[in-house]
Design a protein around this ligand. Structure first.
Ligand SMILES: N[C@@H]1[C@@H](O)[C@H](O)[C@@H](COP(=O)(O)O)O[C@@H]1O
Length: 248
């Protein structure tokens, strides 16, 4: 894993946006995997400001969506993505994919979402945030590393962490659809954004802890092309010592 140290949230976001811009300019028909949450907001803001990079041929697949929220609900990830990115760049609507948490047949929705990713020859570059409990997408601790897109019950700690986006904690959905760890690991390249003191312990565990389903992000140590962009608050005193194979 490559680690890029950023001074702060702004710098982390700028570095991430620059990497994404370069990739899009190199490969205009790239397939991106996108994340939501507070962390990538400024990355999307930088991308939206950039008039040189065209999203005309880009395809996107989002990691996850709450179950039971319609795409027009301001707390849905559909709404988030439209607000922060899609409404501001020239991406055609038919090239945007998010799981539909409002689908009548949710199991079929999971199956067909995974199928659509496959039909697009997989994800070229996946953007990830990091949950405080090590979740990626909505893959909570204990999720099998073998899973593809599936339905999850959110951990109380995730509901609590995400309640800041809702009027009250009671409004946070208890379930979501998420790309699985196996789906994420098939991406050719992964970019993980980590910002703020609250993520320090999770980042340390990601960099130095053992690979364990109880800490979903730990699997990223086995992927051959992962870059973490972390700011100083998130890095704190974490050492950059290389992980030896037998530490795993
Ligand atoms: N499902 C999302 C994840 O995709 C996100 O990366 C993570 C961190 O969120 P934040 O960036 O707000 O800390 O938790 C959320 O629950």
């Amino acid at each position: 894993m490559k680690i890029i140290r950023a001074k702060d949230y702004q710098e982390m976001s700028k570095i991430a946006a620059n990497i994404l811009q370069d990739k899009i300019n190199e490969h205009p028909a790239i397939t991106l995997g996108l994340a939501t949450g507070g962390t990538p907001e400024q990355t999307y803001a930088y991308l939206s400001e950039d008039t040189q990079t065209s999203f005309e041929h880009v395809t996107t697949f989002n990691l996850d969506e709450y179950i039971g929220l319609s795409p027009t609900n301001p707390n849905s990830y559909h709404y988030y993505m439209n607000k922060h990115l899609f409404s501001k760049v020239n991406i055609p609507t038919e090239q945007i994919f998010l799981p539909n948490g409002f689908a009548e047949d949710l199991l079929e929705e999971c199956r067909s979402y995974e199928q659509k990713i496959k039909q697009h020859n997989g994800i070229d570059l996946q953007l990830l945030g990091l949950g405080q409990n090590g979740h990626i997408g909505f893959n909570e601790p204990g999720t099998s590393f073998e899973r593809h897109t599936h339905i999850v019950s959110l951990e109380p700690s995730t509901i609590e962490a995400n309640a800041r986006f809702f009027d009250s904690i009671e409004e946070v959905p208890k379930q979501a659809i998420t790309m699985g760890i196996a789906s994420i690991m098939k991406s050719k390249e992964i970019l993980v954004l980590v910002s703020g003191k609250a993520k320090n312990a999770a980042l340390e565990q990601l960099m130095h802890g053992k690979i364990d389903e109880q800490f979903p992000a730990s699997i990223l140590n086995t992927h051959e092309n992962v870059t973490i962009i972390a700011d100083e608050e998130a890095l704190g005193n974490i050492t950059f010592m290389r992980r030896e194979a037998n530490d795993r």
